[in-house]
Design a protein around this ligand. Structure first.
Ligand code: NAD
Length: 248
């Protein structure tokens, strides 16, 4: 049996499926990943500094650059692709119970995944958050202020520093979201990881947790990951081509 057939078999008979997605599921929607061959950081290692909270808080120039990047982020015009839609089908089949994502682009919900099953472990770029009072707003209202000339808009409530409601390096994940994700993995039959290099912690630790709990693991990713040895099937192919073939 080849890996595609083995993965289909595991998904069809393995019990409740929990998916863990990363930037690779959205590259076919035109949103670059970080560490793939055409990833933002692979091409420009300096860009990594924009994702570090200490630089963001201490350097107004980094914030100005970040707001300009947010203005024309490819996610604003991106459409979900067949990879996102395959996960919608897997949910409608009654197999997918939880969709844990490291993505911040909101494309799973746009594709039709139920918001109740999506856990955005690294937050969302579709909202802003104040670093002082935690006030959250629709990101587009803040981007309108940037377009109107505010290079580094501050919180309208308390004057604090604003940022997208995403988890930067140096920030902790929402403990409730992480707990939800761990509970989902512990009670899953199958963990399906899609388009993630499994190099960012604590999220990557969900994979060895699954293995410890006897959960079967299927990995779909173009490049090898550190946890391929734990998987029942590893498919190194295009996500938008392969994922629809995995839906029973
Ligand atoms: P990553 O960049 O570390 O890894 C992505 C992986 O996907 C790579 O190993 C690459 O080989 C694979 N890949 C890319 N396109 C693919 C395709 N079409 N078919 C098969 N495989 C493909 O991403 P990560 O593990 O999610 O970690 C990066 C962090 O970056 C996350 O925390 C996430 O929040 C953030 N991020 C999110 C987005 C987004 O929301 N779309 C985009 C870039 C980065």
């Amino acid at each position: 049996m080849d890996d595609l057939a083995r993965a289909r078999d595991v998904l069809a008979r393995g019990g409740p499926v929990v998916a863990l997605t990363g930037a690779g599921i959205s590259t076919d929607s035109g949103i670059p990943d970080f560490r793939g061959p055409n990833g933002l950081w692979t091409r420009d290692p300096e860009a990594e500094r924009l994702s570090d909270i200490s630089y963001y808080l201490s350097d107004p120039e980094i914030r100005r650059k970040s707001w300009l990047n947010r203005l024309d982020a490819p996610a604003w015009t991106a459409e979900p692709n067949p990879g996102h839609r395959a996960l919608v089908d897997l949910e409608r089949n009654g197999l997918l119970t939880d969709l844990l994502t490291q993505n911040i682009d909101g494309l799973h919900q746009l594709a039709g995944s139920s918001p109740e099953i999506v856990v955005e472990l690294h937050g969302t770029m579709r909202e802003s958050i104040c670093m002082s009072c935690a006030d959250r707003r629709d990101m587009q209202t803040v981007l309108d202020r940037v377009r109107a000339g505010e290079a580094d808009p501050s919180c309208s409530k308390c004057g604090g520093i604003l940022k997208s409601a995403t988890v930067s390096f140096g920030q902790s994940l929402d403990p409730e979201n992480l707990w939800k994700a761990e509970q989902a993995v512990r009670t899953a039959g199958v963990l399906l990881t899609v388009g993630t290099s499994l190099g960012v912690y604590p999220v990557a630790a969900l994979v060895p947790l699954a293995a410890q709990c006897g959960v079967e693991i299927v990995i779909v990713n173009a490049e090898p990951t550190p946890y391929d040895d734990l998987a029942a099937a590893v498919i190194r192919d295009s996500i938008s081509e392969v994922l629809p073939k995995l839906v029973p």
